[in-house]
Write a protein that binds this ligand. Structure first.
Ligand code: FEO
Length: 174
């Protein structure tokens, strides 16, 4: 069992994770339009990861006998000015998600809900990694500046990113 307040925050997080997938899909569209296949690949992997995160919340709410309440997914930004602009927006979004995860962790501590706290710990580490990855790419793009060759080199590097299904050790078996 979880509290009604916890159920609500977990459902909101489920929605935020699907929104993240949608936002990153809009970034895939931007890069495909520019024929930057490596950048598009990077965000395609990101979309898959966000979908995994959303489904973890879905499964967890169900596992603890909560009620799943699917909400409308907002329209993401569809206009970007540059690859750097995309990564800055992605980084800003990950900071927002981290704050949101932290507020659920805070509630789990207030309620002494240790099971939900254990479930959330994976997300705390994951957020640190996601912030760091976005920040890494921002720094590379700032160094590249207007150098097209540098941009194409980074595009080749990002083409090598592959999707590995996320594994949260606190998840119940399917
Ligand atoms: Fe699931 Fe990138 O936060």
């Amino acid at each position: 069992m979880i509290s009604k307040e916890m159920e609500q925050l977990l459902n909101e997080q489920l929605n935020k994770e699907f929104y993240s997938a949608y936002l990153y899909l809009s970034m895939v569209a931007y890069f495909e339009d520019k024929n930057l296949k490596g950048f598009a690949n990077y965000f395609k992997v990101q979309v898959q990861e966000e979908r995994d995160h959303a489904m973890m919340f879905f499964r967890y709410i169900s596992h603890v006998q909560g009620e799943i309440k699917l909400q409308q997914i907002d329209q993401p930004n569809l206009v970007f000015n540059s690859p750097l602009d995309v990564f800055k927006e992605a980084y800003k979004h990950e900071l927002f998600v981290t704050k949101s995860i932290y507020s659920i962790v805070d509630l789990s501590l207030d309620e002494r809900d240790h099971k939900t706290n254990a479930f959330l710990q994976w997300f705390v580490s994951e957020q640190a990694e996601e912030e760091s990855n976005m920040d890494d790419n921002i720094k590379k793009l700032q160094l590249i500046g207007d150098d097209v060759r540098g941009l194409l080199l980074l595009d080749s590097e990002l083409l090598t990113r592959t999707y590995t299904p996320a594994a949260n050790p606190a998840m119940p078996a399917e």
